[in-house]
Design a protein around this ligand. Structure first.
Ligand code: ARG
Length: 457
């Protein structure tokens, strides 16, 4: 097979099925821009150390510029016969510039080349994801600021627990997405190392300058061991793990949006552009986008497990198994990018139904803890206060009323220390306002925290 780079060694061509089975060009062609960027840096270094001539380097640059143009215009002919993005581009380069093109691969292997390409590509994806996480946090903080005073029931075990502010609830997600951004920034440090120079696995006998290539490509440093450089995919696994957590957080938020939008709860409405109707039930407006985001979490988790499994049995150094790293990794990056982009806009467009939230917070004795705390301030040990309030709740339940509906005299029947000021304590506003410490749900605190995020914290 004349198209292949190693044809002289082989006496028979591979079958069409094996060709398709071993080829990666259909999916790794999206690395083309980074492949060219890496090649240009390599050629620049080769000429700087005198391995190729300045003329060769100029020819390579001219050829690559033309190839990049052809790819961007959709004119480039991708050939399955040439297996992957690297061989396709190299073959075209030789067609365009002749011997200089044949010299490009000096001191290099596809093994360090592909590792470099993926790192360059992933670095850009990480930067995009970090930016989107920042946008999402700011979108949530903006809604939180608007709804710093809006009260809804907070739940534990999905049972009404204590009143919280809607702003506080949203800022919980802003915290999660903040940690996600930190994780990506940390992962980026290990992504941003240059494998090039490792060649196939053992390094190369040419007088290469790896630091120079690293600087050209804005890597923070070089991989320190050639065997590790060509076979390490830890950085990709870390990215998938960080992405799985991003999707886990998106999925939890989605679950709440779906629940809140159910007519039985009715806390929010989502903009029509994120919902779809039913082909049979005319009344339906379904929260498809959050449901799908929840579902897509499964595929991102799957990619993480696939990549871990791909690596676990591999001896040093490069093995063809590694070609299987790409599709899941690409899909992970695509999924978090699209999901986060959609959520930035969707979060900003949530309609909050304050009356329904408030009505729900008034059921389920959400301020029972406040009554217990009141008794503690009057000298009762907390456990006794807890028991006293439990009696009061039970009495209310029998009468079908709320704690706040009881008169001071009725409350005094449960404990004589209760006075008129109890009614301030039993209000939803009083309950949330009293939790104004760092991390608390008070409107005053929510405004401070939301503003911190909007100011870039
Ligand atoms: N397409 C290959 C990959 O994605 C490139 C490296 C191939 N190297 C090799 N020796 N077959 O990993």
């Amino acid at each position: 097979n004349k198209a292949q780079a190693w044809s002289a060694r082989f006496s028979e061509p591979v079958s069409d099925l094996v060709k398709r089975y071993t080829a990666s060009v259909d999916f790794d062609k999206r690395l083309a821009r980074f492949d060219i960027q890496g090649s240009l840096a390599h050629a620049e270094m080769l000429s700087a150390v005198g391995v190729i001539s300045a003329q060769d380097r100029a020819d390579i640059e001219r050829g690559m510029t033309q190839i990049l143009g052809e790819i961007e215009r959709g004119e480039f002919q991708w050939l399955l016969d040439l297996e992957d993005v690297h061989l396709n581009i190299e073959k075209r380069l030789v067609e365009l510039v002749g011997d200089a093109g044949k010299r490009l691969h000096t001191g290099r292997s596809r093994n360090d080349q592909v590792a470099t390409d993926i790192r360059l590509w992933l670095r850009a994806e990480i930067d995009t994801a970090i930016d989107l996480l920042g946008q999402l946090r700011r979108a949530l903080a903006q809604v939180a600021l608007t709804h710093a005073d809006t009260i809804l029931p907070g739940f534990t075990h999905l049972q009404v627990a204590q009143p919280v502010t809607f702003g506080h609830h949203l800022l919980a997600y802003a915290e999660m997405f903040g940690r996600d951004a930190e994780r990506l920034a940390d992962c980026r440090k290990r992504v941003n190392r240059l494998p090039l120079g490792a060649a196939a696995l053992a390094g190369t006998s040419y007088p290469i300058d790896r630091e120079r290539v690293a600087a050209t490509l804005s890597f923070d440093g070089v991989c320190r061991n050639s065997l590790d450089a060509v076979s390490d995919r830890d950085f990709a696994i870390e990215f998938c793990a960080a992405s799985a957590l991003i999707m886990t957080h998106v999925s939890r938020l989605s679950e709440e949006l779906v629940l809140w939008m159910s007519p039985r709860v009715g806390f929010i409405d989502l903009a029509d552009r994120y919902c779809t109707g039913s082909s049979i039930m005319p009344q339906k407006k379904n929260p498809d986008v959050p449901e799908l985001a929840r579902g897509k979490t499964g595929r991102v988790n799957g990619h993480l497990v696939a990549l871990l499994t791909l690596m676990k049995g591999q001896p040093l150094a490069y093995n063809k198994d590694n070609q299987e790293d790409k599709e899941g990794l690409f899909d992970t990056a695509d999924t978090i990018r699209d999901t986060l982009t959609i959520f930035v806009d969707m979060a900003a467009g949530i309609t909050v139904k304050q009356d329904a939230m408030r009505a729900a917070a008034r059921q389920g004795f959400a301020t029972a803890t406040d009554l217990a705390d009141y008794l503690v301030k009057r000298g009762l040990p907390f456990r006794d206060a807890h028991e006293t309030v439990a009696h009061a709740v039970r009495a209310c339940e029998e009468r079908g009323c709320d704690l706040a509906d009881l008169s001071t005299a009725e409350l005094q029947a449960f404990h004589p220390s209760i006075e008129d000021d109890i009614h301030q304590v039993l209000t939803l506003e009083g309950s949330v306002a009293s939790r104004s410490h760092i991390g608390g749900t008070a409107p005053e605190r929510v405004r401070i925290e939301a503003q911190r995020i909007l100011d870039g914290a």
